[in-house]
Design a protein. Structure first.
Length: 404
């Protein structure tokens, strides 16, 4: 016997009475508070919506039992609860804030999808009602910023006009003649949601009675997902919370940048330009310092067997000095640079080709005593020790191994 779905004709039913037709043990359910025992309950009628069509299930209570999940099982609706229920009458009570939020998002989605299709020729191929944001996937060319804003404004205009939202029933042919947005090839009587003079779409979900109850609709952003474009949006209290939070963030950013919120973008661009200029100047200064320091280190390094080894642990220097210093030292004939950065345990071994050593093999020998990660070529390796405090010992070992 099919479950009579009260929400089909009235999405505003919050409390109802039903008969428990069956209650059997189910697989334990994972919840935020841990895994819980569960039972599957069948009712003769229900106002609880099962997860379907991109809309999540309702929550609430059946008698003293908490609803953990609601599932669509063909003609039946399965209620997953946290305790056993006896056969007979039971009172159902929906978690209304969750249901109404879902109604706002779902009707808002119908309206937004209709605007994208009507005004920009972009049909919706999927819908997801998430915990914070909702998404629709549009098929066709990428919607421009003007298209995103245009669809949002058109949808909000209809919301502000508080147009009626009604349920229609009819066959696929009958709905097609009425101008349904997306035709379906299903037989029998279909349920469709009509937004006055805006949209007609087959749907089994829950919806508000008038567009004004959507409150407002806010389009967030658009990203490429495989062959489609995913549009994030929020309606009602979600949109209000999102807009409030994002303006608070913008205001805090303005305060940090010492400017008005609307001037934040220009201030950030200016800060980026200054950062890039400062970074370029720093790189130039570090290169000059590396050249000068390489001359000093190479000049003071004692040669052994025709080989000059510069083994240094750098302390209290800029982290970006390590690489250019090694590079400069390796430009000098018969020179090997064994450098470490004490603060991080980073290593760089570099040599002039005339030195003729195998620095990759040397690094493996060092790692046998002082573990780390890294690698490189015959003439150049980069690595990082697991224990930065071993930097001096690792460099001393590398020098000893290199000189035999």
């Amino acid at each position: 016997m099919a479950t009579h779905r009260l929400y089909y004709d009235d999405s505003y039913v919050q409390n109802f009475e039903a008969q428990v037709r069956a209650c059997v043990p189910a697989e334990p359910m994972a919840t935020d508070s841990g895994t819980r025992a569960a039972w599957e309950v069948l009712l003769d009628q229900t106002a609880f919506y099962p997860s379907s069509g991109g809309q999540p299930n309702d929550l609430g209570k059946l008698g003293e039992a908490n609803i953990l999940d609601v599932r669509d099982d063909g003609e039946e609706v399965l209620h997953i609860v946290d305790r056993e229920l006896a056969p007979g009458p039971v009172q159902g009570c929906l978690l209304w804030p969750r249901r109404f939020d879902h109604m706002q998002q779902h009707t808002g989605q119908h309206l937004l999808s209709a605007m994208f299709q009507e005004r920009f020729g972009l049909p919706t191929v999927s819908f997801h009602l998430g915990g914070d944001l909702c998404t629709i996937d549009l098929r066709g060319p990428e919607p421009s910023a003007d298209a995103l804003l245009g669809a949002q404004r058109a949808a909000n205009q209809i919301i502000f006009e508080d147009r009626r939202v009604t349920v229609r029933y009819g066959t696929a042919d009958q709905l097609a003649r009425l101008g349904v947005r997306k035709e379906v090839e299903r037989e029998g009587i279909l349920r469709a949601i009509e937004i006055e003079d805006a949209d007609l779409q087959p749907c089994g979900g829950t919806h508000v009675k008038a567009t004004g109850q959507i409150g407002m609709l806010l389009v967030r952003r658009c990203t490429k997902v495989r062959q489609d474009f995913r549009v994030e949006f929020a309606c009602g209290s979600r949109a209000e919370r999102l807009a409030t939070a994002e303006f608070a963030l913008l205001r805090a950013l303005g305060d940090r940048l010492s400017c008005a919120p609307e001037e934040s973008l220009a201030a950030v661009e200016k800060a980026f330009a200054e950062r890039d200029a400062n970074f370029k100047a720093l790189r130039g200064a570090l290169q000059q310092l590396a050249e000068a320091r390489a001359e000093l280190l190479a000049g003071s390094a004692a040669g052994e067997g025709g080989l000059r080894v510069v083994a240094e642990v750098l302390r209290d220097v800029h982290t970006e000095l390590l690489l250019p210093l090694a590079t400069e030292l390796a430009k000098k004939e018969h020179t090997v640079a064994l450098l470490a950065l004490e603060v991080s345990g980073q290593l760089v071994f570099a040599q002039h080709p005339s030195a003729g050593k195998d620095l990759a093999a040397l690094l493996k020998q060092v790692f046998a005593t002082f573990p780390g990660k890294g690698g490189g070529t015959h003439d150049f390796v980069r690595a990082k020790l697991s224990e930065p405090s071993s930097s001096a010992s690792a460099i001393a070992l590398a020098r000893k191994l290199l000189l035999g």
